[in-house]
Design a protein around this ligand. Structure first.
Ligand SMILES: Nc1nc2c(c(=O)[nH]1)N[C@H]1C(S)=C(S)[C@@H](COP(=O)(O)O)O[C@H]1N2
Ligand SMILES: [Mo]
Length: 313
């Protein structure tokens, strides 16, 4: 996010299939265009990858339209892969998601290393449709597949001293070549207070659109916290540490004046370099008003009663 601005170009507000087709049509001229249209229309937006079995679906985006598969999987922030938004989809093949182990450490009954396949057997999968809002003032509506973070926390039995959970992304510069450059201090770290982590909206995702999560979206396991800015949603998690002290999260450590620990979506607290009052929903042209806590205020505001949210941004 360093030196980023809300930097949408026409291709972000035009459905990708339209944008690509228009570019091809311009290159090919009118004659070629007619033959091209049929196959590319049939392919546009089709979810791909292994299907997951979903036990139930929970719609939490007020019926708003889903962001297309192409946009959700083709417009990503994953600095360990690339610092632009189109490249992660092309370069995610370097990330090997099997075998994969999640290490559970710190203030917890039984520190342990959990194989991802074991973790997946512990919980039935749900689909959760959530609005997501990036700190860069764009947003999406995403059908995640996964399970509530609260279910995992409960099963792991944190001790009474655990007040926070820290999450860590894989560190392996061969698989994640962005880690060869000190863009952030690697590995990427994010965190939540225990009461935030056990809120029913906090979610761990293993899929999208009922398909297994693509690498660029944070396979095989990533955090989803719909009332917070997107950077809280740490990808490709290998370590979960229960601790007494507030984790030093990657973005807050690198730019403390711009990115806080809480990162609750707040239209009244601007980023130092741009407004947070509005956002561009990917696929739409006009900006929308950003809602406090990204529209989830009724459900989460009590977590922050008595806190000054201008100081704790
Ligand atoms: N490890 C890691 N996790 C990350 C990031 C990152 O660069 N590295 N980017 C964050 C940001 S800024 C956003 S907006 C979301 C984007 O998730 P998406 O690409 O699945 O939409 O991932 C978050 N998680
Ligand atoms: Mo973001």
């Amino acid at each position: 996010m360093r030196s980023w601005r809300p930097d949408l170009t026409e291709k972000d507000v035009t459905p990708k299939e339209t944008y690509l087709r228009r570019r091809e049509i311009l290159q090919m001229g009118a004659a070629g265009a007619t033959t091209l249209l049929v196959p590319s229309l049939a392919k546009a937006g089709e979810p791909q990858g292994q299907q997951l079995t979903v036990a139930r679906k929970i719609e939490k985006a007020g019926g708003e339209g889903l962001t297309s598969w192409d946009s959700v999987t083709g417009y990503n922030n994953f600095y360990e892969l690339a610092s632009d938004k189109e490249s992660p989809a092309r370069s995610a093949g370097s990330l090997k998601v099997r075998p994969w182990t999640v290490s559970v450490e710190g203030e917890v009954k039984q520190p342990q290393k959990i194989d991802i396949e074991t973790l997946l057997r512990w919980f039935p999968l749900e689909e959760r449709i959530y609005r997501m809002r990036c700190v860069e003032a764009w947003s999406m509506v995403i059908p995640w597949t996964g399970f509530p973070l609260a279910d995992l926390v409960k099963r792991l039995e944190p001790t009474s001293r655990a007040r926070f959970i820290a999450f860590e992304t894989l560190f392996d510069p061969e698989q994640l070549p962005g880690q060869k450059r000190p863009l952030l201090s690697w590995p990427y770290i994010e965190g939540l207070r225990i009461d935030e982590a056990t809120h029913p909206l906090a979610f761990l995702s293993v899929g999208l659109y009922g398909r297994v999560l693509p690498g660029q979206n944070g396979a095989p396991l990533r955090l989803v916290v719909p009332w917070k800015y997107g950077f809280k949603g740490i990808k490709s998690i290998v370590r979960i540490t229960f601790q007494e002290t507030q984790p030093k999260t990657a973005w807050a450590a690198s730019q403390p004046s711009e990115y806080g620990f809480y990162a609750n979506v707040n239209p009244e607290v601007d980023h130092p370099r741009w407004s947070q009052a509005r956002e561009r929903r990917i696929g739409e042209f006009l900006r929308r008003k950003t809602l406090p806590f990204n529209g989830y205020a009724d459900e989460v505001v009590s977590l922050y009663s008595g806190m000054d949210l201008r100081k704790n941004f």
